[in-house]
Write a protein that binds this ligand. Structure first.
Ligand SMILES: [Zn+2]
Length: 449
């Protein structure tokens, strides 16, 4: 029996796989030695650094020669393994489906907890759920923050603001989505979401490639944005088209929840982004997810991917009927063109120094897989032309900044001790982030793989 007192009263050393066990033991002081660390100040990898975690936060970080190990602290020797900030995913959905089935039945505590634990196991320590949540999430959030339950910390957009007979094209419970018909109803929906505990307000402006005949009217989204700002909440907007994105930026939207996918962005759009200091969450994998597992079925052979998939989903992906259906879908060329625009636009905005965050839309439907989706997004960012470290900084530092989470996203003294320990050099490849030795959140070890 290893007690907390033992850690506090004697200088204990442990190999990573040895004395340190996953679970909910009260956090104490732990020193990580011999680490390669992604330095929050320079954004560079630093070798042979020391990280001191005390309680929920990083107490000290720096070269081993200049950071003292507090007497009595537990010491973990990392032998060159790399410590990176926990991934922050700015666009997910919690409890939208279970197995292969979408719908209101999935909006329950067990399903949501399974998803939150999955994110944790994949090194995603914070997620922002962008709508279609009922009020059950608030008690869960409280218990996760208390350390009573295991899972990623999360922000919520509450129900989200959709359109009668329009976006989003989902079937959910009456307490999972608002579809206001008037400006007054829209304002009331925002106020109710805020009173329940929403962190941000989400709205949808899209016709889903003509599948919906009506889009949100300008007076509705303008009212939503104004009411949200009056309550000090950011507005995250689902978009697809460049012109909608511009209209929303002019109306004051703070975050675009997807990349522009109908065409290349132009100078006017970039000027609006700059002027508003707005954030852009590309979600590169959002269209690719429709055909990824059909086009590359060998993806399923990867144990890392399999760990994220419900057995029913694997069975579905392995049927040729399902693969033929996805690859024969008339929308396939548009999904592929959407990805190409998204890749090019993301690279351009990044090069222009505009605010690019990180998100996936994972959990919105069975094809968008929580945990795996975030690692695929990192690969797609590299495909867009970012270096591995640039992609990782989007997924950590920028992901946190987009959601105004100033207490995390970088490894610096005083920040939350949210990090993952991986084997290998992430400046060479983002696939190194799949070699997870352990995940820590709020100073506790929350996952061993
Ligand atoms: Zn979404």
């Amino acid at each position: 029996m290893i007690s907390r007192r033992f850690f506090l009263s004697s200088a204990a050393t442990a190999t990573f796989a040895g004395l340190v066990r996953p679970g909910f033991a009260a956090p104490s002081t732990t020193v990580f030695d011999g680490a390669t660390i992604l330095d929050g100040q320079s954004g560079e990898l630093r070798r042979n650094w020391r990280l001191v975690v005390s309680g929920e936060a990083i107490a000290a970080i720096g070269p081993a020669a200049s950071v003292q190990a507090p007497p009595g602290a537990q010491v973990v020797t990392l032998d060159g393994a790399t410590v990176l900030p926990g991934i922050v995913s700015d666009h997910v959905h919690l409890g939208a489906y279970h197995g292969t089935t979408s719908g209101p039945a999935a909006q329950n505590v067990d399903v949501i907890l399974q998803q939150l634990a999955l994110y944790t196991d994949f090194g995603v320590t914070t997620v922002a759920s962008m709508g279609t949540n009922s009020a059950i999430v608030y008690e869960l959030r409280r218990r996760i923050r208390n350390g009573d339950l295991r899972g990623a910390d999360f922000l919520v957009a509450d129900r989200g603001i959709g359109v009668p007979k329009g976006a989003p094209p989902v079937t959910v419970g009456a307490d999972q989505l608002d579809r206001p018909e008037t400006v007054d109803q829209a304002r009331e929906a925002v106020r109710s979401a805020v009173s329940r505990g929403a962190d941000v307000i989400k709205l949808w402006l899209d016709d889903f490639q003509g599948a919906k005949l009506v889009k949100m009217a300008p007076e509705i989204y303008s009212a939503v944005i104004e009411e949200a700002h009056r309550n000090n909440k950011q507005v995250v907007a689902h978009i697809y088209y460049l012109e909608d994105a511009k209209a929303l930026l002019r109306a004051g939207a703070d975050v675009l929840g997807h990349g522009v996918r109908d065409q290349r962005v132009d100078a006017e759009f970039m000027a609006l982004m700059q002027e508003r200091g707005a954030w852009y969450i590309p979600t590169l994998g959002v269209d690719e997810a429709f055909y990824r597992f059909a086009e590359a079925p060998n993806t399923l052979d990867d144990p890392f991917v399999r760990k994220a998939l419900h057995p029913d989903l694997v069975a579905q992906f392995q049927t040729s009927a399902w693969r033929d259906q996805q690859l024969g879908n008339p929308a396939l060329p548009q999904w592929k063109a959407g990805l190409q625009h998204n890749l090019a636009n993301t690279k351009l905005l990044f090069e222009q120094g505009l605010n690019v965050g990180f998100g996936t839309d994972s959990g919105a439907m069975p094809l968008r897989v929580p945990g795996y989706g975030e690692h695929r997004e990192l690969e797609l960012l590299v495909q867009a032309g970012l270096t591995p470290l640039q992609a990782i900084r989007l997924a950590t530092e920028k992901g946190a900044a987009a959601m105004k989470l100033h207490d995390r996203g970088v490894l610096l003294a005083g920040k939350r001790a949210d990090f993952l320990i991986v084997d290998g050099d992430p400046s060479q490849s983002v696939s190194v982030l799949r070699q997870i030795r352990g995940v820590w959140a709020g100073g506790r070890r929350v996952s061993s793989a």
